[in-house]
Design a protein around this ligand. Structure first.
Ligand code: NAP
Length: 289
């Protein structure tokens, strides 16, 4: 029996669907059963627990063989605590294997706000006694579209402190497909995969690709951290301006430029390119009608 955490989220619910389609017995861990009933197929088996409630998680994990831990989100200390709690409960429940969605850049010198969070989770995973497979994810195409490209349409300028750094984005749907494929055939040898696109793009290319698809030109303008923080703080709550500016600093240092063929090796197909993702994600745009 495979339990998927974060199953009301985009990645989690897509993993649940893939595993069910692969014929696996799958259980969705959610904290809000009402939301789950709207977002998951009606036949989905549910267990309810918050990452802050270790006792509820221990009960929810009874009888589970395999876990997909979709990383949590929010303020860094809370996310670190969530991962620690899940791993403690998973070890207590004698779960036999964990698939964890980590990030590409966990380096101790990384400026990224979440790098220490994922470094801590990977360290705990190695120490908790449960065999694991780590999928280190590059930047999601969806993240770039929702947080950076869509807002850039207003001014026609994509303004980020990412310098000339490159990213090799991968879509959330592709991440979920790879996670499900790995969970369906668990390898208990501690493998670490990199889930990233096959081409690294700079933000000039990303902006041009988006402008081409929407038929409204968007130009990339690298900016300073201070300018970005001033712009982002006007529309985002803490910690996101800091988190996103430190992500850009990591990108500028080349920490997100790694491409990978691991997705193809796991799934037997190519990942979506960024342009293919944009066409799928924006069906009403002039170039996709
Ligand atoms: N690589 C990237 O570019 C990138 C970008 C953004 C995020 N991420 C990471 O990737 C993960 C998956 O992405 P996504 O788009 O699927 O995120 P998402 O849609 O926001 O889903 C996050 C899931 O975590 C659950 N969750 C949050 N706090 C929880 C708690 N205290 N107890 C139990 N469940 C909790 C949420 O439950 P509710 O539905 O009840 O809120 C939701 O199911 C994110 O959580 C984040 O760690 C990566």
């Amino acid at each position: 029996m495979i339990l998927v955490t974060g199953a009301t989220g985009h990645v989690g619910r897509t993993v649940v669907r893939h595993l069910a389609a692969l014929g696996c017995e799958v259980v969705a861990l959610v904290r809000n059963a009402e939301a789950a009933s709207r977002l998951l197929p009606p036949s989905s088996a549910l267990r309810v627990a918050d990452y802050d409630d270790i006792l509820a998680m221990k009960a929810a994990f009874a009888g589970i063989d395999e876990m997909v831990l979709v990383s949590s989100d929010g303020e860094a200390r809370a996310v670190m605590r969530h991962h620690a709690n899940v791993l403690e409960a998973a070890a207590a429940a004698n779960i036999r294997h964990i698939v964890f969605t980590s990030i590409i850049d966990t380096d101790w010198q990384s400026p990224f706000y979440f790098a220490p969070v994922y470094r801590d989770a990977e360290r705990r995973l190695a120490a908790c006694g449960v065999p694991s497979t780590i999928l280190r994810c590059g930047l999601y195409c969806d993240f770039i579209l929702e947080h950076w490209l869509v807002p850039s349409q207003v001014s026609g300028e994509l303004v980020l402190p990412a310098g000339h750094g490159r990213v090799a984005p991968i879509s959330r749907d592709d991440v979920a497909a790879a996670v499900a494929a790995v969970a369906a055939k668990p390898d208990r040898t501690g493998t670490i995969h990199t889930l990233a696109g096959q081409r690294a793009l700079d933000f000039g290319e990303i902006a041009a690709c988006y402008g081409e698809m929407t038929a409204r030109p968007v130009r990339y303008r690298p900016c300073s951290v201070d300018e970005y923080l001033a712009l982002a703080s006007a529309r985002l709550d803490d910690p996101w301006p800091r988190a996103f500016s430190s992500l850009c600093a990591s990108i500028a240092e080349g920490r997100y430029s790694r491409t990978s063929n691991d997705f193809s090796a796991i799934t037997g197909r190519q990942p979506e390119s960024f342009a293919e993702f944009l066409r799928r994600a924006s069906p009403g745009s002039p170039r996709t009608r």
